[in-house]
Write a protein that binds this ligand. Sequence first.
Ligand SMILES: NC(=O)c1ccc[n+]([C@@H]2O[C@H](COP(=O)([O-])OP(=O)(O)OC[C@H]3O[C@@H](n4cnc5c(N)ncnc54)[C@H](OP(=O)(O)O)[C@@H]3O)[C@@H](O)[C@H]2O)c1
Length: 328
Amino acid sequence: MNRRHLGQGLDVSALGLGCMGMSEFYGDHDDAESLRVLNRAADLGITFLDTADMYGPHHNERLLGTFLKQRGRAGFEVATKCGIVRTDDPMARSLNSRPDYIRAACDASLQRLGIERIDLYYLHRYDGETPIEDVMGAFADLKAAGKIAHVGLSEVKAETLRAAHAVHPVTALQTEYSLWTRDVEAEVLPACRALGIGFVPYSPLGRGYLTGAFTADTALSADDFRAHLPRFQGAARDRNQAIVDVVRAIADEAGATPAQVAIAWVLSRGEHIVPIPGTKRVRYLEDNVAALTVSLSGDMMRTLDALMETHPVAGARYTPVGMATVDG
Ligand SMILES: NC(=O)c1ccc[n+]([C@@H]2O[C@H](COP(=O)([O-])OP(=O)(O)OC[C@H]3O[C@@H](n4cnc5c(N)ncnc54)[C@H](OP(=O)(O)O)[C@@H]3O)[C@@H](O)[C@H]2O)c1
């Protein structure tokens, strides 16, 4: 698989693997199948693995730790995140960007992953209260101690990114970006490009919606995170089928699947962009990796670029509570 350059000298596989769904959020999971997915991903050349301490919580890092122990740690770029605090209530979240918290979270992640150094350590959400100088100071200390190799941020606005980068170089920004979530195009992507910071789009498949897997009849269990998201509900979900219809028509013409079109489009947005589609199934993984060889014509690209003008998305990407955690 081709490699792409994020920032600060970190090269990763052109496609990463989002591991979140192997633990929570998108219905049932099966560790044995998840380990098969991780091994198949490695066989196909994926080395960039994405997790976070809050996925599970903790189950996802432990699963990755099991995989790395079995497969061998060398050759992988392991990315994890801290800063979202969970409680026993699965929907409750609070944010903590304080240096003492970041330091303790890093030690706990290293232990669960069973590795000595995290290749890319992100602040999952910025709490907006801790001075960004203190946040980046904590990351710089972790780097100096050899516990992390690179610093990342997630879901911060361009102004915060610039301020952080002025304190310590940021390697990557991870934020939602896909055919139906374009918020970053106005300011964040240009800032990344100008500062030499890599961009890691999460949920590039629109949490599965853009693959065409959702119809008016799809029932989501109450513990499926998407059941709570406005764009997956009622009239909004039905209206958003028009977006999938366009993606599917292009996929048919290109001899590809809608998932491949969604990934190929994100990949086309810049050489510093490395999407991390998530799956817990080998067949989806193989489908997604094949997106790297899908070729979209100029007309197809223009149709996809204009998709949010011709078919605006209905419904917000998070609940109001979720949106409140996003730096904006
Ligand atoms: N920084 C953040 O705040 C943040 C937030 C969300 C996610 N993330 C990271 O980003 C990664 C990717 O995002 P995501 O998992 O939320 O969303 P996604 O990649 O847009 O979509 C994942 C969903 O699509 C399904 N899927 C995957 N490939 C498919 C295919 N070829 N055909 C049909 N369906 C397919 C998966 O099904 P199965 O589950 O059945 O395999 C899953 O339900 C996560 O795993 C996580 O590591 C980060």
